[in-house]
Write a protein that binds this ligand. Structure first.
Ligand code: C5P
Length: 314
């Protein structure tokens, strides 16, 4: 064959070898994005039967002004902390709340083009000496809860907080770019956040509560009581009085994140839920009214099924 023809054929081959696999890769790329709900290697909300029987994406994690809580969900929620008010008083209080905070939560939809990674940071003593700080800070979303300290503990827990879960009795002031995620356990909690962000709250509770709170009211999100019921019934098989804040936070993350890294969960050697920043005073606390063992087993099962990455601490 003429050298020119040979060179031409070689060039065509090189181009074809270069193009076709790329064509295949391109097809794989598109079919991957068409069939998955996120751009991570593995999306937390997809799964096998154990998971799909429990995970119900139709349950809204947060309240919005369009949402109507059912009487059934309200009646379940009432029993958690002995609420005596009615559903209509709940709805009126929510209406007032949405005059102050956004009527829809600040949430990005899942997208096949994005991988939103989250760190969920519980308050376990096993964080002490863990050096997880950099790994926690590295995630897009960092969810902390209640009095979980940062100052002085940065090496172990990081210092970024995009979301802080709280209820009035566990409230703290927040940075302007941190979302306040209210876990309401009674109607007064909804009133508290409305007032604490504006004129001040002057009621009482089982523990002293802050009259005013420093937080960005445009970044407030309120957990849906029906979501709490779903976590208790579907994820915990109704065990314990009701789920712990940390466990509800974890299931919330399954609903809003694509890849979840879990830190700060687990009792100490005596079976108590002690904190990384203090010495436990009440040695008979165990896991309070919450089904701690069942929650922990579920965390291990989620880990085994690669829905979460669990860092069990020190
Ligand atoms: O104590 P606190 O409720 O603020 O802790 C937040 C959450 O962290 C708990 O609701 C629980 O789910 C989790 N936790 C844990 N082990 C501990 C302490 C807390 O799993 N030792």
């Amino acid at each position: 064959m003429d050298l020119k023809v040979k060179t031409l054929l070689a060039l065509i081959c090189v181009t074809a070898v270069g193009m076709f696999p790329r064509g295949c890769r391109l097809r794989n790329f598109f079919s991957h994005y068409q069939s998955t709900s996120c751009a991570c290697d593995k999306c937390s909300s997809e799964g096998d039967p154990w998971f799909t029987q429990r995970f119900n994406k139709s349950v809204a994690p947060f309240l919005s002004s369009e949402y109507n809580l059912t009487e059934e969900a309200f009646n379940w929620w009432k029993r958690m902390q002995g609420e005596r008010g009615s559903l209509s008083s709940f709805s009126k209080t929510v209406e007032g709340l949405f005059q102050v905070v956004p009527p829809r939560p600040d949430l990005e939809e899942h997208s096949p083009y994005r991988c939103r990674t989250c760190a969920v940071v519980g308050n376990s003593g096993n964080l002490k000496g863990s050096h997880y700080g950099a790994l926690i800070n590295f995630q897009d979303v960092v969810i902390r809860m209640n009095n979980g300290r940062v100052e002085g503990y940065e090496a172990d827990v990081g210092n970024r907080t995009t979301h802080r879960i709280m209820y009035p009795e566990s409230a703290m002031n927040l940075e302007n770019n941190t979302h306040l995620v209210l876990f309401p356990f009674k109607i007064q909690d909804l009133l508290w956040v409305t007032k604490a962000l504006t004129t001040g709250f002057h009621g009482t509770s089982y523990r002293p509560v802050k009259s005013k709170i420093k937080a960005n009211k445009d970044l407030v999100m309120v957990v849906n009581p029906a979501f709490m019921k779903y976590v208790h019934e579907t994820w915990l098989g109704k065990k314990g009085r009701y789920p712990s804040t940390g466990f509800m936070a974890l299931i919330m993350a399954l609903h809003i994140c694509d890849e979840i890294h879990v830190f700060g969960y687990g009792a100490d050697n005596d079976g108590n839920w002690s904190h990384y920043w203090e010495v436990l005073r009440d040695k008979s606390f165990r896991t309070g009214v919450h089904p701690g063992n069942h929650e922990y087993d579920t965390i291990l099962k989620l880990t085994e099924q690669q829905k979460i990455q669990f860092y069990s601490g020190w």
